[in-house]
Design a protein around this ligand. Structure first.
Ligand SMILES: *[C@@H]1O[C@H](CO)[C@@H](O)[C@H](O)[C@H]1NC(C)=O
Ligand SMILES: *[C@@H]1O[C@H](CO)[C@@H](O)[C@H](O)[C@H]1NC(C)=O
Ligand SMILES: *[C@@H]1O[C@H](CO)[C@@H](O)[C@H](O)[C@H]1NC(C)=O
Ligand SMILES: *[C@@H]1O[C@H](CO)[C@@H](O)[C@H](O)[C@H]1NC(C)=O
Ligand SMILES: *[C@@H]1O[C@H](CO)[C@@H](O)[C@H](O)[C@H]1NC(C)=O
Ligand SMILES: *[C@@H]1O[C@H](CO)[C@@H](O)[C@H](O)[C@H]1NC(C)=O
Length: 513
């Protein structure tokens, strides 16, 4: 216990445990200090089990827990989003009781029924991704955890049922889907356009569903939609090679703007370009080439160093060729994505750039009163709020939205940085972040969104625990300390699994790199 308190008080300092230094490309890699790692992994498991118990007690089978008031809500159509999102984390944590509770439940979900609007994107990444990852893990390395084998087969059946219900979304003049669906009437919100991320973050899950079922329709639908993003028109919507606008006209397939970045609304389109290549190196070379174009333009044209902290590297947003010096917690997946690309493509420049971005996002955590980074931040020297000028001077950014919504992206990038470099500094950063999150966001029965990362204690708790708390925050915080396993990111780029944008690991289909 004393040891724990020492760590807690020193949570903003990098910790060193004297672990051996990792040599890149060595086959005799060791993964840090096993005793220390096991202690940390168990602490994350405790947080998972605490919040799972709260969800089971006060919210299941609804979508999410309100952890302050011990109530629930159904923001994801009432199909039990937290349960489905928790499955692949309970699996990698090897918690058979939780796994079997969830897979007993999934066959009972009726995906045909909901009066609320369905988001094709959110439903794909959370529910479809969650069930497919559960299926892959339970048909593969974790098969011993399932008590009832028909529940395992039901994961794929239910994934197919869900996709069959959603598939009419693609029935448009171009094949670019509508994102807002009313499935009971098979109608849509009639939006004239769809977004870059909502269109471009379907192809991994829908292609995998085709590969598992042998029905090519799902892959064909998602790849047809993606084709407009891979070949953007008009030319003005691609202000830098590979970097494109945000809204696409569903009727014409034309982009409507040239505004974008690695931020929310665009983010996982770029993420999936390289992940499709990891998924199948033979089928998705064009995706790889588009990722390389985007990565090269990002390095050449979007790299930005704050005037007050030129040692830090952030990625700017763009409006055509004009840069906007603002970023987000959501964008902090970018370091991890550059690291993944660098490793699978054997490109040290992408790895180095990824590490610089990881360092920048670490700064957004290490600078605040809670040790957690903000939702949105800026480093534009021309609009610094007076009350943050000292903060900007010291830390290289200032806060423009101070909430923390239990997002995973900073932990996610630490995970890639650790797996790919072997530098235990990134495990220490992940531990610091976990301890800060555990301290600041823990509520009565789970963990809550908080209002202000830069006030001691985090300010008011917003009484909401997103389902991605289970899928992502808990998973990345855990697996960075967990023993090596086939689903872990491979330090030599020979990945057998690839994580979807909700952190659900999917078994890759193609030949190894
Ligand atoms: C590993 O971590 C444990 C617990 O923190 C510590 O007691 C031990 O000395 C460490 N071992 C090495 C080789 O650093
Ligand atoms: C196994 O699961 C199926 C649904 O997948 C269910 O119908 C069956 O009753 C379960 N069997 C047992 C023994 O619980
Ligand atoms: C494949 O899935 C599509 C989409 O749900 C469906 O319309 C089609 O009948 C299926 N094809 C086969 C051969 O099962
Ligand atoms: C999309 O394209 C259609 C057909 O050209 C056009 O009528 C519509 O105004 C466009 N919508 C937007 C939002 O640009
Ligand atoms: C992007 O950066 C490259 C390399 O510095 C430069 O040649 C190119 O002009 C830049 N593109 C734009 C649109 O500024
Ligand atoms: C997380 O918070 C709980 C409740 O305050 C505490 O018991 C536990 O020790 C904390 N875990 C860590 C690793 O700080």
């Amino acid at each position: 216990m004393l040891w724990l308190q020492v760590i807690f008080l020193g949570s903003c300092l990098p910790l060193s445990f004297g672990a051996p230094t990792y040599q890149r490309k060595s086959s005799k890699r060791t993964y840090g200090n096993a005793t220390e790692s096991q202690y940390r992994a168990n602490a994350v498991k405790e947080a998972f089990q605490f919040s799972w118990h709260g969800y089971k007690t006060y919210a299941f089978p609804h979508d999410e827990l309100h952890p302050v008031s011990n109530t629930y809500s159904d923001s994801r159509n009432g199909w039990g989003a937290s349960a489905v999102d928790a499955l692949s984390t309970a699996l990698v944590m090897e918690l058979p009781d939780v796994v079997n509770e969830i897979i007993d439940f999934i066959p009972t979900i009726n995906f045909a029924v909901t009066s609320d609007q369905v988001s094709l994107f959110e439903t794909t990444i959370r529910y479809l991704g969650g069930m497919l990852a559960g299926y892959d893990l339970l048909k593969g390395p974790l098969s011993s955890l399932a008590v009832n084998d028909s529940n395992v087969d039901a994961l794929l059946t239910q994934a197919k049922n869900l996709a069959d219900i959603l598939a009419y979304a693609f029935d448009t003049p171009t094949g670019i889907p509508h994102n807002g669906l009313y499935i009971e009437s098979k109608t849509t919100d009639n939006s004239p356009d769809n977004g870059l991320a909502t269109t471009g973050t379907l192809v991994l899950e829908w292609t995998h569903l085709s590969d598992l079922t042998g029905n090519t329709t799902y892959a064909d639908l998602s790849q047809k939609a993606e084709s407009y993003l891979l070949n953007p028109q008009p030319a003005s919507s691609e202000p830098f090679p590979g970097l494109v606008g945000t809204n696409i006209n569903i009727t014409t397939g034309l982009f409507e703007d040239a505004t974008g970045g690695w931020v929310g609304g665009d983010d996982s389109f770029y993420e999936y370009l390289i992940k499709m290549f990891v998924y199948d190196t033979s089928r998705f070379k064009e995706y790889r080439d588009r990722w390389i174009a985007a990565a090269d333009s990002t390095i050449a044209n979007l790299t930005s160093h704050p005037t007050t902290r030129p040692d830090l590297t952030f990625v700017a947003m763009f409006d055509s060729t004009r840069l906007i010096l603002e970023s987000e917690h959501l964008a902090c997946f970018d370091g991890g994505n550059f690291l993944l690309g660098g490793e699978v493509l054997g490109r040290q420049d992408y790895i180095d750039y990824g590490l610089a971005l990881v360092n920048g996002c670490h700064d957004t955590y290490a600078s605040t009163a809670t040790g957690i980074g903000p939702e949105v931040f800026s480093w534009d020297p021309n609009s610094v709020p007076a009350d943050q000028s000292a903060f900007f001077q010291a830390n290289g950014f200032y806060i423009t939205n101070s909430i923390y919504d239990l997002r995973p992206e900073v932990l996610e990038s630490y995970y890639y940085a650790y797996r790919i470099t072997g530098d235990t500094k990134y495990q220490d950063w992940a531990w610091d972040a976990f301890v800060a999150i555990n301290t600041t966001t823990r509520a009565n029965s789970g963990f809550s969104e908080i209002e202000n990362v830069n006030t001691p204690g985090g300010g008011a708790k917003d009484d909401f625990q997103e389902s991605f708390w289970f899928a992502e925050v808990m998973k990345y915080a855990y697996i960075i300390h967990a023993p090596d396993a086939e689903w872990q990111v491979n330090s030599e780029g020979k990945n057998k699994w690839v994580f979807n944008t909700e952190a659900h690991p999917l078994k890759v289909a193609g030949p190894p790199i």
